[in-house]
Design a protein around this ligand. Sequence first.
Ligand SMILES: [Ca+2]
Ligand SMILES: [Ca+2]
Ligand SMILES: [Ca+2]
Length: 141
Amino acid sequence: MRSQAITVVAPSIDLVIQQAYLNSTTTTGGTTISASHYVYNQGNTAAASSNVGYYLSTDATFSSNDVLLTSSTGGTLAAGNYSTRYPSLTIPTGTTAGNYYVLFVADYLNTVTETNENNNVASAALTVVAPASTWLFSRLT
Ligand SMILES: [Ca+2]
Ligand SMILES: [Ca+2]
Ligand SMILES: [Ca+2]
């Protein structure tokens, strides 16, 4: 009689963001910029949804004071599969000039239970400058 060893692993779902990218790294308030990234399920079980939220933050850490810009809705994401997203992000009019980060947050409403909830955020640096017309106006007065 022959026997064969098998390994039983626990089901796991783990969504992560890969290759977070902004097409523009300098912009002004009120401007829409395009971005791209993958959302990847590196677990062994399908995730029931794969929504991603995009936030404007003054630092690279996701916190409750970050501003939700938009989101992308994704359905079931099979184990080992990824979904490509191309969100359009409108920076709020009147955003103070300075250095910011756009945070790409997988499962931003936390509807999927994952084996690792602490690897869902990727960031990309963004500089917001004053609109040219404001700069000109301030120079003329
Ligand atoms: Ca995760
Ligand atoms: Ca933050
Ligand atoms: Ca989650």
